[in-house]
Write a protein that binds this ligand. Structure first.
Ligand code: UDP
Ligand code: MG
Length: 139
């Protein structure tokens, strides 16, 4: 089952720019089903915990400030081969390198403010989904 889910965040820059609806449209048009979704504002502490995996990378402190700087939309998505399929839909981390038509190509502002998060493995999809949602909230 976990092989068919991924986790995404519509990041503060995209929510602030009112791209939430357009991004959700792209996700649904690509055949993903929304298993859970919520609108929330992370504290710095919560953002630091979510991105702990990156704590030794030079961009970590800025990333925490940015991700806690405004509201976000977190969601669990279901589709066959969800992790890889969603990474293809969002495009490269750096929007300058993202393929035309990908979510980051269309909506990202910079390599940091890059519109969306997408899990990089089935294992992380499960970990990240349960960071934001209880079992009861995912259906
Ligand atoms: N990031 C950044 N500078 C970089 C690389 C990444 O600010 O040089 C930010 C960006 O918001 C990215 C997040 O850190 O989405 C996590 O980085 P990762 O390498 O996991 O990229 P992703 O999996 O999101 O494509
Ligand atoms: Mg990543």
């Amino acid at each position: 089952m976990t092989a068919n889910i991924t986790f995404t965040i519509i990041k503060p820059d995209a929510v602030q720019s009112n791209f939430t609806g357009k991004i959700i449209d792209k996700i649904l048009d690509a055949g993903f089903r929304i298993k859970a979704m919520k609108y929330l504002h992370l504290s710095e502490k919560q953002a630091a915990e979510f991105y702990e995996i990156h704590k030794n990378r030079p961009f970590y402190n800025d990333l925490i400030k940015y991700m806690s700087g405004g509201p976000i939309v977190a969601a669990v998505l279901e589709k066959e081969n969800a992790v890889e399929s969603y990474r293809n839909l969002i495009g490269a981390t750096d929007p300058q390198k993202a393929e035309p038509g990908t979510i980051r190509n269309l909506f990202a502002k910079s390599i940091e403010a890059n519109a969306v998060h997408g899990s990089d493995s089935n294992e992380n999809a499960a970990i990240e989904s349960s960071f934001f949602f209880s079992k009861l909230e995912m259906f």
